[in-house]
Design a binder for this molecule. Structure first.
Ligand code: AMP
Length: 404
């Protein structure tokens, strides 16, 4: 089978992450992973490692703009030192109401998705920029968009539609969900034994939870944007709309410009809220745990609220699924914070969730099996820790779309 390297691009607000997979037939081998981080600062870093962690490139340099950072990535990949990609997959949080299928990227498709920047305002402008640059810097290569919303396209109308006036639902204001590629990767890793009644909690910088029946998503916590649902590192999650109006009216006293006011409101609810807002310490669970160890009361409150909200959503999804076969933790907090998992699960015996505290503590998820069971032997529901495999899912979509 001839070698067919596929590049996966996953960009965030201050970093571009990427990986290259060697593919051919059923084979998917990660050859490289890399990151340009610290974008917008003069403290930028750039690295490319191989799959065994050996460093091929490691350098520090100013990365004043996204353009300089992406040029660095493209130059390295075209340098001849690495397998040259034959196709590119882009992670995209939300494509809007008209772009719901993963597909080949054209300039017209990028323009269409750009109309709905407000559906993922922290992510979309960056992803759009990288797509345009990618078409320019890798001319002739097929580029594909892989949407986080794709996994949630199966939501029934009751979960999908929002209780708002029709003039807004008609223009696409509804629940789209996010983290879909992560959820898809959990279902993929559970194959061929995907449980009927599955709840997956993706707890990372952004946090969400989904109810999945027989591998099909039937409800998810994020809404129109990734700001809804669970409390996240810097986002409120679901909140009384009256709070937004109160803040907006306060902002309106300082500016007559509606768009400026919207930007300030967005900063308040999406960048300064959540774990960071409540704790005043950090949005990072590691910092919060360290602060709690120093008896920081605000950090304790932030984590308690976080845990409490997730417990309520788990309960809601057990009701939605009419029972629970398996609960999976994923995302940085879900995979690495045994304390947080223990706090979430304690007292959920009535829902069939009984952790084995030793397994939970010692859970180093097993890379070979891709999963570790942390529930007690007598637990009615199985509880697992499974790291997401988003890049692999994107590679699979790229190959499927190319074959079509
Ligand atoms: P992600 O967005 O999935 O990369 O997850 C990032 C989050 O994972 C960070 O905000 C941290 O709070 C959390 N995290 C990563 N490693 C650990 C760890 N060892 N212990 C606790 N939390 C962690």
């Amino acid at each position: 089978m001839p070698s067919f390297p596929v590049l996966v691009l996953n960009s965030g607000s201050s970093s571009i992450k990427f990986s290259v997979y060697e593919t051919g037939g059923e084979e998917r081998t990660r050859l490289l992973e890399g990151e340009a981080e610290g974008i917008g600062t003069d403290q930028g870093k750039f690295h490319i490692n191989d799959a065994n962690g050996a460093k091929h490139i490691e350098q520090a340099q100013p990365l004043p703009t996204l353009a300089t950072a992406f040029a660095l990535v493209a130059d390295a990949l075209k340098s001849g030192k690495f397998p040259v990609p034959q196709a590119i997959g882009h992670r995209m949080v939300a494509g809007g109401p008209t772009v719901v299928e993963n597909q080949r990227i054209t300039p017209a498709l990028i323009d269409e998705m750009e109309r709905y920047t407000a559906f993922a305002p922290l992510h979309t402008p960056i992803a759009i920029f990288i797509m345009r640059e990618s078409l320019r810097l890798f001319p002739g290569l097929p580029n594909f968009v892989c949407l986080d919303t794709w996994f949630h396209r199966t939501l029934p109308a009751t979960a999908r539609e929002l209780p708002i006036p029709q003039e807004y639902s008609e223009i696409g204001v509804r629940r789209y969900g996010a983290h879909g590629i992560s959820y898809e990767s959990i279902v993929y890793q559970l194959q061929p034994n995907v449980p009927e009644k599955l709840v997956v909690a993706h707890l990372g910088n952004g946090c969400s939870i989904s109810a999945i029946r027989n591998g099909v998503c039937i409800d998810t916590s994020m809404g129109l944007t990734p700001t809804g649902g669970l409390i996240s590192g810097t986002r409120t999650g679901d909140i009384d709309p009256g709070v937004l109006l109160f803040i907006l009216r306060k902002i309106a006293k300082t500016t007559q410009n509606a768009s400026e006011a919207a930007d300030k409101l967005e900063t308040a609810v999406a960048k300064q809220a959540g774990l960071l807002g409540v704790s005043g310490v950090s949005n990072d669970m590691r910092d919060l745990r360290a602060a709690i160890a120093q008896d920081n009361v605000r950090a304790r409150l932030a984590v308690d609220q976080f845990v409490y909200t997730i417990r309520k959503w788990i309960g809601a999804y057990v009701a939605v699924l009419d029972g629970l076969d398996m609960l999976v933790f994923t995302g940085g907090i879900g995979v690495y914070s045994s304390e947080t998992r223990a706090e979430i699960c304690s007292g959920l015996e009535a829902l069939g969730i009984v952790l084995d505290s030793e397994r939970n503590q010692t859970s180093k998820y097993d890379q070979a099996r891709g999963a570790a069971i942390i529930s007690a032997v007598n637990s009615p529901a199985i509880v697992r820790v499974i790291p997401p495999a988003e890049d692999l899912m994107i590679v699979n979509h790229v190959l499927r779309l190319l074959a079509n």
